[in-house]
Design a protein around this ligand. Structure first.
Ligand code: ADP
Ligand code: MG
Length: 564
């Protein structure tokens, strides 16, 4: 495992840019307060010529100060934005490398919220706070030294007075941190809910679900509104307290300076310069202190982002497999992490190389879970899934996924051409593509478009029928030369004729096929080597179609029920 990646560590990745930032920050920290001396030079100059000379000198300082400030802001901006881009890449890639469970759409709400809302807070409140602390802190310290050179007494007074605007925001920091954390959690929940409602919009619309749609959204939106309001109100309160705490010190320093002038210790020119310099002590140190509070307030979000960046990817197995031959499930049991009831119970059966298996049974009996386990979705099962003589957990994910394809109920269609949707961004020969198109039964569909394979498809395949999407998924599996194809009720939304055509095509393949189906009366049922009938996560009956019918057990009842 490599070194732990931190958000602060990312800032030092580009060393050259970092050096540029440090140098320009030092220049601006000196030049910005140094401008204050212009007042003293002008007021205390002995002739017009001397005043003019100082004026030109002053203009040069102002120019350098602003140029270096731009350079320091620009370089930091580059450092921070590229760090955020790096975090984004890192979280996204981590997702792909971890097991299917983390990368799948089921966890998309949290991931999306992390990649958008949380990273925005990290940019605004964490990275920009570090910048403000460095810039304003540096400027404040230089100004303190300059005041000390005018009058040590004034410096002591200005430092004491600066404590006020520094301490007050820190007192607010815990409250702000809590309000930010709450906002982040509520926003993640809102994003997840909104995503779910948008995806389920069609279902709700047809089931007169407008009330549920509106109520659900309103509850989630209300919660996020309340936590956002609370977060912003806490910021307002901190701002008001800090502003009050700034006003008191500037008056105190002016009074102290006036007394020194009366005592003849400093000139009016120096009083004005010292007064101007105090602006470079109080305001910058206040900004640095406020930035520190912001920085602390996002500590929990920082932790969350860093955890996502460093999320330990469960190592995939180390055994590379050359072929998926016999698959044997031995005493396989599995319980979902948030459940106490096992979804699968002591399952034992074997699938021979090239075997055709149907999983049937009532809804919730564990059919999809079985396919997910075969697709290496979870590895915390008990018992064994043996691929030849190797336990699935010990096989490298890459070698396994090269050989397995899952055809879900609604395969994903990318906003891209038919060609890219078939090849999924891999290279195949023209012959291979034509063969897959032919065997998946896509010929008529593709030739009906003038642009053929270059026809653009829309996201989610909105411009395709269910059957066409299934055929695209089948063609993908054929192109990948999959040795094991897992089909999860892929045809349940299609009409009987198309279902039969697609199922027969799948059963024609010489690879191993495991199909979850409700359609037990299809003419293809007797083509399965084994039909496994599940109930409550356990195998109740198994055998070929003829055998199960003759058994006159649960499968036969299901069959008769559907036939009737
Ligand atoms: P089927 O595909 O046969 O309809 P599933 O395999 O989807 O059934 O589900 C089997 C059991 O596991 C059900 O009781 C279901 O409620 C439960 N289950 C499915 N997915 C999850 C999940 N992600 N978390 C917790 N329980 C789940
Ligand atoms: Mg299912």
């Amino acid at each position: 495992m490599g070194k732990k990646r931190t958000l602060s560590g990312l800032l030092t990745k580009n060393k050259l840019l970092l050096v540029f930032f440090v140098v320009s920050t030092i220049v601006v920290s000196i030049m910005a307060p140094y401008k204050s001396y212009l007042m003293q030079w002008l007021i205390d100059s002995s002739s017009k010529e001397e005043a003019l000379k100082y004026l030109i000198y002053g203009i040069a300082i102002v120019g350098i100060s602003h140029l270096s400030e731009y350079a320091c802001r620009k370089s930091y901006c580059k450092i921070a934005t590229s760090s955020i881009a790096h975090v984004r890449d890192c979280i996204f890639l981590n997702n792909f490398d971890s097991n299917v469970e983390n990368g799948s759409s089921e966890s998309s709400g949290d991931t999306l919220s992390l990649l958008t809302n949380d990273l925005k807070l990290i940019m605004d409140e964490y990275y920009m706070s570090i910048f403000n602390i460095v810039l304003w802190g540096g400027m404040g310290l230089v100004a303190v030294c300059m005041i000390a050179s005018i009058s040590p007494a004034l410096m002591v007074l200005s430092l004491i007075m600066t404590l006020l605007p520094i301490i007050i925001p820190r007192l607010m920091s815990k409250r702000m941190s809590e309000s930010r954390k709450l906002y982040s959690t509520d926003m993640a929940k809102y994003t997840g809910k909104a995503d779910e409602l948008i995806r389920g919009f069609e279902a709700l619309m047809t089931s007169n679900g407008k009330k549920y749609y509106c109520d659900c959204h309103q509850i989630a939106s209300r919660r996020v509104f309340e936590s956002e309001y609370k977060m912003r109100d806490t910021t307002n309160l901190a701002f008001i307290f800090t502003s009050l705490a700034t006003w008191i010190p500037s008056i105190a320093i002016l009074v102290g300076g006036v007394l020194l002038v009366f005592e003849g210790k400093i000139t009016i020119g120096y009083l004005i310069t010292a007064n101007s310099l105090t602006n470079f002590v109080i305001a910058p140190l206040r900004s640095a202190s406020t930035a520190y509070v912001s920085l602390r307030s996002v500590s929990s979000i920082k932790k969350k982002v860093e955890e996502a960046m460093n999320r330990e990817i469960k190592p995939s197995g180390t055994k590379h497999i050359e072929k998926i031959g016999t698959i044997s499930l031995k005493n396989l049991s599995f319980t979902y992490p948030d459940s106490t009831i096992p979804a699968l119970n002591h399952i034992t059966y074997s699938i021979k190389d090239g075997g055709k298996i149907a999983l049937v049974g009532p809804s919730g009996c564990g059919k999809s879970t079985m396919l997910k386990l075969l697709f290496n979705y979870f590895d915390n099962y008990t018992g064994n899934i043996m691929i030849n003589s190797d336990e699935l957990r010990e096989i490298t994910r890459s070698s396994y996924y090269q050989r397995v394809t899952m055809i879900p109920q609604k395969p994903y269609v990318f906003t891209d051409t038919v060609y890219n949707n078939l090849c999924l961004y891999q290279q195949y020969s023209k012959e291979e593509i034509n063969d897959a198109i032919e065997r998946a039964g896509l010929n008529d569909f593709i030739s009906s478009y003038p642009e053929g394979l270059e026809t653009m498809l829309t996201e989610g395949g909105d411009n395709l029928s269910g059957g066409q999407i299934q055929r695209i998924a089948l063609a993908r599996a054929l192109l990948q030369h999959s040795e094991l194809i897992l089909v999860d009720e892929a045809t349940s939304s299609l009409d009987v004729e198309i279902t039969r055509a697609i199922m027969n095509r799948i059963l024609d393949l010489d690879c191993t096929v495991v199909v979850v189906t409700h359609d037990v009366f299809g003419d293809y049922m007797d083509r399965f080597d084994q039909i496994i009938y599940l109930e409550d996560g356990s195998i109740k009956e198994q055998g070929d179609f003829k055998h199960l019918k003759e058994l006159e057990g649960r499968f036969a009842k299901l069959y008769d029920g559907l036939v009737l």
